[in-house]
Design a protein around this ligand. Structure first.
Ligand code: ANZ
Length: 844
């Protein structure tokens, strides 16, 4: 028996699929469609195991849907604008375009080796003019609809990447890419008006019933709807300021009011502009980022004004007004009333500046003498020391009640706010989509006319300059529109804009006039299954939902608001970590095992410490190169292993043993194949049993169910069962027809998992028909199993699904083995009552 030569086989089929454009997705409207999409990659030049997992999961589904007769759209493209290209180009004195395009072609070769059912005719790349031209058109459309605007604003400034970051891109106060501590800076920026859709983005989450709960919760928290009220505080002092408006979610704590704080950008700041101390204070504030997170963890500092704020419920109470660094300008009204006893931030602030801490909520079990001492009390409780609010249950009752009272007294008004801020999309970078706007000398904005699009990036420019290279392109910047001399915008768009609509482009990848055609998106959209990492829960996934709403706004011809019908978030690929005695990370490639001990390969005396398995990352050197794996074990083995270890939503542990056993399993299947061929050649006259028929039907039924539910790891387990079953069962006699028919079905059912292997074996079997998902004999399955009611002392305790016609003893055995049912057998069995195929009652 010859060995299975995976290299030859895989190469042959990959070529065949490509040449025959096997996976070309036609717009054949008579057929049901299935749009299967995995998040598209950044072209770094090398695929990693995360890609292998993501794209294998999607590929299995796409191939299954093809077999099921769907017209499948399974495309691939490149998220190809962005910083790494610019940095790499700077270092190597290259053009980012050349660098990016060469990476794309390398990665394409690597991806093709995985045997993915991709329609490469639809390939797109966001850095190509064919793509970003349409993005510029969309930008101008949104500009017309006033969903894009420019304003001066504080931004999160990444001092290493020298660029602005959106709030979503600041993680723990640091830049998501550079890891640098983010600063505050005031700049003129372009914004997408995402907050206009806050309510809809939140409410519509309820319709996304196929999305993971976790993702929806993350979006919900990010959108951050708050219910509360606005309260006007009268102001006393030497300045012409009559009142300051605050937003509060806890108006019920109004009697605990001991200071009022405003943001340094609040309109009253204009009266302090020349105050040296205030300028110093403002400087101090700008040292921390602008996200709520960084403000929450940072020190709370204030600048006392000479103003006093008067309590609206007790005019005799007058408290100081501060500027404070923890008050955000773009939330509520940029002003808060401080209640130190019941808000930790206010508490810290009051401690620092020696302000009153008046308790107005007590825990239910305490009496009215309760006072807040060490830290703010913000749990549920009862209102005290608050005149007409006393005794209300806080916060559930008290907030609503207080709002009612404040409204009748005309002190406050109910108000709902959202935490979601408009999306700042300006980036001071070269390698991005140019913003199609120009300015006159006064700074007035001029959209670039349609016939002058796309605004192309200038080529072959010097990137080794300070700040944005486009700023230095004098010739490029100057432009004349209708005889008017203007200057171009030099900021480019955040790359998340490019990924907010790329799935539309896949529907009409070559359309010249517009980003898509209506006919195409009417057929293909929404994406039926989207697959990607949970890390995109609030960035990309929220931006995409917004972008669809922005396109649909005032546009009757576009009615997609939710782009992704079903979302699947896959887990990470993990690997053990290794360190040498000097505490340096060591990569798995540098290690060998000698007498069961891991040692450094180049110096086999040095022992290696094995650390926990963590998600593969270059920084910990625990990565495995997919190309080497494919080279050594083949793509089918890689696919098989990456699916076998754990359910796709969980992390998978990569191991040498794992991949090698997948490889061996394919060899075993190959041996099974020749056993099938042998048996078929024997030409038996009659089938000696029905076992194969039953097994095949059940197998197909199960695999279908597992495929529909992403239980891919269970499919692999079933493939092992299948192997064991046939190895034995082929000792019985079956006619050639029975064997052929059932084996073809089995191969078809596993073809989404190991497509090269199955294509080869099907060809060897001279199977010429178009593959389609096998039908199974339902009657056999129904006949085969029955549900038996299990009673203990006459009480129903469960159901057992068992083969038909088992005898009493066999059923009893099954009950004893069943974890749940066996628990009820607490003593010796006095009597068994059995009604065949229906019920068993055990008397204890
Ligand atoms: C008084 C108060 C008393 C508050 C108390 C809380 C607890 P959420 O629920 O997250 O929406 N706030 C309002 N505007 C702010 C701004 N621009 N910057 C910083 N903080 C601001 O938070 C609402 C609460 O955040 C509001 O309720 C306000 O403080 C504060 F025991 O008002 B509260």
């Amino acid at each position: 028996m010859n060995r299975y030569n995976f290299k030859e086989v895989e190469l042959k089929w990959q070529k065949f699929w490509e040449q025959n454009k096997t996976f070309k997705s036609k717009l054949d409207k008579s057929k049901k469609k299935f749009y299967c999409l995995e998040m598209f990659p950044y072209p770094s030049g090398k695929i990693h195991m995360g890609h292998v997992r993501n794209y294998t999961i999607g590929d299995v589904l796409a191939r299954y849907k093809i077999l099921k007769g769907f017209n499948v759209l399974h495309p691939m493209g490149w998220d190809s604008f962005g910083m790494p290209a610019e940095n790499a180009a700077k270092q190597n004195n290259l053009d980012p375009k050349t660098w990016t395009e060469s990476n794309i072609s390398k990665m394409k070769v690597q991806l093709k080796k995985l045997g993915l059912s991709i329609d490469w005719d639809r390939e797109i790349s966001t850095c190509s003019e064919d793509y970003y031209k349409h993005q510029q058109k969309f930008f101008l459309e949104l500009y017309k609809k006033k969903l894009v605007y420019r304003k001066e604003n504080y931004v999160n400034w990444d001092p290493i990447d020298q660029t602005v970051l959106a709030n979503e891109q600041v993680i723990d106060g640091k830049g998501w890419r550079s890891g640098a501590i983010v600063e505050r800076k005031k700049l003129n920026q372009w914004f997408f008006n995402i907050s206009k859709f806050s309510d809809d983005l939140l409410e519509s989450l309820n319709q996304l019933d196929k999305w993971p709960k976790k993702v929806k919760l993350m979006q919900k928290n990010w959108i951050g709807k708050s219910f509360g009220c606005e309260i006007d505080f009268k102001i006393e002092g030497s300045l012409p300021i009559k009142s300051i408006k605050c937003f509060t979610t806890r108006p019920d704590t109004l009697f605990g009011f001991s200071f009022l704080a405003v943001s340094v950008d609040h309109e009253i700041a204009k009266f302090y502009e020349k105050d040296k101390e205030f300028i110093k204070f403002k400087d101090e504030c700008s040292k921390s980022g602008t996200t709520e997170e960084s403000i929450a963890v940072g020190e709370k500092i204030g600048f006392k004004t000479n103003l006093l704020a008067i309590s609206p419920v007790d005019p005799s109470k007058k408290v100081p007004v501060y500027f404070a660094n923890f008050v955000l300008m773009d939330y509520g009204f940029g002003a808060v009333f401080g209640c130190p006893a019941h808000d930790q931030r206010d508490f810290d602030f009051a401690k620092k500046y020696n302000l009153e801490i008046k308790t107005v909520v007590k825990p239910k079990e305490e009496d009215d003498s309760f006072t807040v001492k060490e830290k703010a009390f913000s749990d549920d409780g009862i209102i005290i020391n608050s005149d007409f609010l006393n005794g209300l249950e806080a916060p559930n009752n008290s907030v609503l009640e207080t709002i009612k009272i404040l409204e009748t007294r005309k002190i406050g008004k109910k108000l709902i706010t959202f935490r979601l801020k408009d999306w700042g999309v300006s980036r001071q970078r070269y390698w991005g989509c140019p913003i199609p706007i120009a300015y006159d000398e006064e700074g007035n904005e001029y959209p670039i006319p349609d016939n002058m699009l796309p605004v192309q990036l200038p080529k072959n420019i010097d990137l080794n300059v300070k700040g944005n290279p486009l700023d230095h392109q004098k010739n490029w910047k100057e432009i004349t529109i209708d005889g008017k001399k203007l200057t171009r915008e030099t900021d480019t768009l955040d790359t998340f804009v490019c990924s907010s609509w790329y799935y539309l482009r896949f529907c009409s990848p070559t359309e010249k006039n517009y980003g898509y055609t209506k006919e195409d998106i009417d057929y293909w959209m929404p994406v039926d299954q989207y697959i990607g990492g949970i890390e995109h829960a609030i960035l990309h996934l929220l931006y995409s939902r917004f972008f669809m709403r922005a396109l649909a706004f005032e546009n009757e011809k576009f009615n997609i608001t939710e782009p992704f019908e079903d979302l699947f978030t896959q887990g990470m690929v993990c690997h053990e970590t290794y360190k040498d005695p000097e505490n340096n990370w060591v990569s798995p490639d540098e290690i060998e095992t000698i007498n069961g001990e891991k040692r450094l390969r180049k110096n086999n005396k040095v022992k290696i410490t094995v650390g926990p398995s963590e998600s593969m990352s270059k920084s910990k050197k625990n990565t495995i190169d997919p190309e080497k794996i494919i080279e050594n074990y083949g793509a089918d083995s890689a696919r098989l292993f990456i699916l076998s270890d754990s359910p796709p939503e969980k992390d998978v542990q990569w191991s040498e043993e794992g991949i090698s056993s997948s490889y061996k399993f394919i060899q075993k299947l190959w041996n099974l194949h020749s056993k099938f061929e042998d048996e078929m050649s024997k030409n038996h006259k009659k089938d000696s049993s029905e076992n194969i028929l039953k097994f095949t039907s059940l197998f197909i039924k199960k695999i279908e169910n597992y495929l529909e539910n992403f239980s891919y790891n269970v499919i692999i387990a079933s493939m092992h069962e299948m192997y064991n079953f046939f190895l034995k069962e082929l000792n019985n006699e079956y006619t050639k027809e029975t064997l052929y028919e059932n084996y073809i079905k089995i191969l078809t059912a596993i073809s989404p998992i190991i497509p090269h292997y199955t294509s080869e074996t099907l060809e060897l079997l001279k199977y010429k028909n178009k593959l389609s998902w096998p039908l199974y004999n339902k009657d056999i399955l129904i006949e085969d199993s029955v549900n038996i009611v299990v009673q203990i002392n006459g009480k129903k305790r469960g159901l057992l699904n068992l083969n038909k016609n088992l005898n009493e003893e066999m059923i009893f055995e099954k009950i004893q083995k069943d974890e749940k049912l066996s628990k009820y057998i607490s003593g010796p069995i006095k009597k068994k009552i059995y009604v065949q195929n229906k019920l068993i009652n055990l008397i204890i």
